[in-house]
Design a protein around this ligand. Structure first.
Ligand code: IMP
Ligand code: MG
Length: 171
């Protein structure tokens, strides 16, 4: 099943980087609690592993948006499939995303969530493809910058497959 997938970031590298990101977040938000907004479905693995490593009180909520359908190219449209369950007002919110490509999804989400009066709002992404950016987004925490290749694994899919791979690979 994984024969045609080349490892780009190994399981060990992902784990080590998540520990670093969690330490950074724990330091930056010292004395506070953080509210993680996990963007389904791609960010689930990342969000859970990160949450376990953060040494502050953590709450979590989930949101599902669709921008790609089952294609490899962005449609440019973002639709909310599932909104948050709870209010984010006065919370220290961190949006947890799997990957930033064009930046359209996060630019849209950032604006939407900012309008709901959180105490603060930052973005944390596991992967970033800076070459592909068409919309400017201010991302505070980046796991890895990667080249312009379509990746799968550790939550990321191609046509809903490969999410469960423990590493990030290229098809
Ligand atoms: P953006 O709006 O173009 O930044 O797209 C971000 C979304 O596209 C991510 O949340 C992913 O769901 C999807 N995406 C972008 N690049 C990849 C990739 O290389 N593999 C899998 N999904 C991707
Ligand atoms: Mg996604």
């Amino acid at each position: 099943m994984t024969d045609n997938i080349k490892v780009l970031i190994s399981e060990e590298q992902v784990n080590e980087r998540i520990i670093e990101l969690a330490e950074q977040i724990s330091k930056d938000y010292e004395g506070k609690s953080v509210h993680l907004v996990c963007i389904l479905k791609g960010s689930v693995f990342f969000c859970c592993d990160l949450a376990k490593r953060i040494s502050l009180p953590v709450t979590m909520d989930f949101m599902s948006v669709s921008s790609y359908g089952d294609e490899k190219v962005s449609s440019g449209r973002v639709k909310i499939v599932k909104d948050l369950d709870e209010s984010i007002q006065d919370k220290e919110v961190i949006i947890i995303e799997d990957i930033i490509d064009s930046g359209r999804t996060l630019a849209y989400l950032n604006e939407l969530l900012a309008s709901r009066s959180p105490a603060s709002l930052t973005i944390c992404t596991l992967l970033d493809k800076p070459e592909r950016r068409v919309t400017d987004v201010d991302v505070k925490y980046v796991g890895f910058e990667i080249p312009d290749e379509f990746v799968v694994g550790y939550g990321l899919d191609y046509q809903q497959k490969y999410r469960n791979l423990p590493f990030v690979g290229v098809v």
